[in-house]
Design a protein around this ligand. Structure first.
Ligand code: NAP
Length: 309
């Protein structure tokens, strides 16, 4: 039986593994289908402390894994299909095999909600991105018209951030009123570089033939009128989908599926802890995920120590 299983191998997962490994708990990390998590899909990470020149997202995650393994963490390239937290020890079904464990740290992260329009997937990392903080400063976006999609705080925040780089930022929203908090909405709409495009949806990202973003095809949802807007980048900020479906009915989540911690990082099930983006719809940064992974590891270690007294 395992002492600690960490589900997920992003910043939160590997940091939880590092700390539990250094506490001699030999954690088993189940990497999931995307080892290294969302960060491996971005290019240069410029806001992770300690890397003044920036660091490649994939490299950062590889380094985190190596660091945790150095102290005894073990990686298994498995995906959890089912979890039974109703009795102890907990049981996880991983690619058909059952594994028992005393504690679990859920660090399954969240995925970006996609628009689901033609061109979006094929042009991802070629102008389509889901993270202005990660990609906004790339040379290809400098002094170019950019597009942000969404009407929430994230879209406003991304649009404001992107005004540092783009020549103009077109904020495309499907309604004529932002969902964002008043202060964020006012800040965005009063910025002369941000140009709202109301009641509109992107119907296609162009141009797959050129293998880069050159424009978006728009439809006005009130009039039905179609148009093409030139841009070098499309920043999609229409919310996140936490990867928590397999825990449904056992671990308490909010209406959007984000896990709700109860005490520190402990969930409603004593012995099951949570870290990173699957419980965070506010900050969603690599460094905050790593910080919560550390906290979950410390909580798990203390929980085990109290159980074994
Ligand atoms: P959100 O509040 O859920 O907003 C998502 C936006 O995307 C909404 O405007 C929604 O339109 C739009 N949208 C959803 N699906 C769409 C689709 N398929 N096509 C086009 N548009 C679509 O998400 P968020 O902005 O990521 O914020 C999430 C949470 O984090 C919120 O609680 C927010 O306050 C918080 N947050 C706070 C800050 C801050 O305070 N600095 C920053 C970022 C996030 P509708 O409005 O029509 O539904």
């Amino acid at each position: 039986m395992e002492k600690v299983i960490v589900i997920g191998s992003g910043c939160a997962g590997w940091t939880a593994a590092l700390y539990t490994a250094r506490a001699n708990l030999q954690p088993l990390v189940l990497t999931g289908k995307q080892p290294g998590g969302l960060l491996t899909t971005t290019s240069i990470v410029e806001n992770y402390p300690g890397f003044p020149e920036g660091v490649d997202g994939y490299e950062l995650m590889t380094r985190m894994q190596k660091q945790a393994e150095r102290f005894g963490a073990r990686a298994s390239f498995g995906s959890v299909e089912a979890a039974d937290f109703s009795r102890k020890p907990f049981t996880l079904t991983v690619d058909g095999e059952k594994v028992e464990t005393q504690t679990v740290i859920i660090a399954t992260g969240a995925g970006h909600r996609h628009l689901g329009v033609p061109g979006e997937n094929l042009l991802e990392t070629k102008g389509v991105t889901y993270c202005a903080t990660c990609d906004g400063a790339l040379p290809s976006f400098r002094n170019q018209p950019l597009v942000v999609v969404g009407g929430g705080d994230s879209a406003c925040e991304e649009a404001i951030y992107l005004t540092r780089f783009g020549s103009a930022v077109h904020l495309i929203h499907r309604r004529d009123q932002l969902r964002a908090s008043k202060i964020m909405a006012e800040r965005a709409l009063s910025n002369p570089k941000i140009k709202p495009v109301w009641d509109s949806a992107i119907t296609e990202v162009l141009d797959v033939k050129q293998d880069k973003v050159t424009s978006v095809r728009l439809k006005n949802l009130k009039t039905g009128a179609e148009s093409v807007l030139n841009c070098a980048g499309v920043f999609i900020a229409i919310g996140h989908v936490p990867n928590t479906g397999i825990f449904k009915g056992q671990i308490e989540t909010d209406a959007n599926g984000f896990i709700v911690p109860k005490r520190g990082t402990m969930t409603n099930v004593p012995g099951v802890f949570v870290a990173g983006d699957c419980a965070d719809h506010v900050y969603r940064q690599a460094v905050t995920a790593a910080g919560s992974g550390c906290a979950a590891a410390i909580d798990a270690e203390r929980f085990l120590a109290a159980q074994n007294q």
